[in-house]
Design a protein around this ligand. Sequence first.
Ligand code: TK8
Length: 344
Amino acid sequence: MKKAFRLVSVLLIVALAVALFTGCSSSTSTPEKKAEKRVIKVGIGLNEQSPQYKGLQKFKEIVERESKGRIEVQLFANSQLGDDTKMMTALRAGTLEMTCPSTAPISGLDKKWMVFDLPFLFPNEEIADKVLDGPIGQKFLDSLSQNGIKGIAFWENGYRQLTNSVKEVKTPDDVKGLKIRTMENPVHLAAFRALGANPTPMPFGELFTSLQQRIIDGQENPVTTIYLQKFYEVQKYATLTNHFYSPFVLMFSKKIWDTLPKEDQDIILKAGKEAGLYQRKINREMMKESLANLEKTGMVVTKLTPEQQKAFMDATKDVATKFEAEIGKELIQEVKAEIAKYAK
Ligand code: TK8
């Protein structure tokens, strides 16, 4: 009896030791097998109704699905994490993973980006897609690495339209003397000066209040932004000038990017491009809807005749020449030739 008891105890101790040992060894190997959860924060200036935010929701969905929940994407709208320039600085410092500014403020880092902000550059969105998704666009995305940024993909802000609270604008003459907010971009400032306006750069987050307080008379943004950000509450007149086409650039902090495993980089790159195609599609659909909605608000929406449109083109045609030295004459020619190739 005593013997049997001793045998059972020995067996129990052995079993316990084995369990403890395997338990311990499996718990020490767990952290290597299960990679830690990664959080990617993305900040933008527009609100949650914007096509840009919807594109980011799609990006989040793809990344979280493809990484099987290992990567979590957190979205921050309404300049909560700062304006476009501040967010780009955070990317370069490695304190924020992602943002998606218009190309205009990127010129603060690298002047050649101003080429995309030349007035009346892209004749239509399909041509913009081809140029930006082609070798020229890729060259621009890659060159961001010199400034601590990994360029992921071109998305779309879109054709910009002019609004103001003073008068209906049909000719460049009507723009004379109007105080217009522009993005922080020398080409945009020069184009509005060429139209005789009094342009002043300002971060997007301060725009609504400045219009409301009549610190400025007008601003310019795509129709969807004018509608969704409720600019019609503080602006009486809109003119469909299509003066600039604003691409968006989805970008990542290079400092953080370089620490990511290749597998995660691939997931993010692929998701960024795929979500971009979706974002462009809904951006174009929402633009039509927003235009109809804007007219219902009682805002005076002026469509230009081809002759009136041409007057705006003529008034700003020397802007490109003025920036030849800063952008590079050859680069302007290269982009224009590529556009002409697709315009045929
Ligand atoms: C939002 C901006 C905005 C842009 C502007 O972050 O500043 O007017 O058109 O949409 O990127």
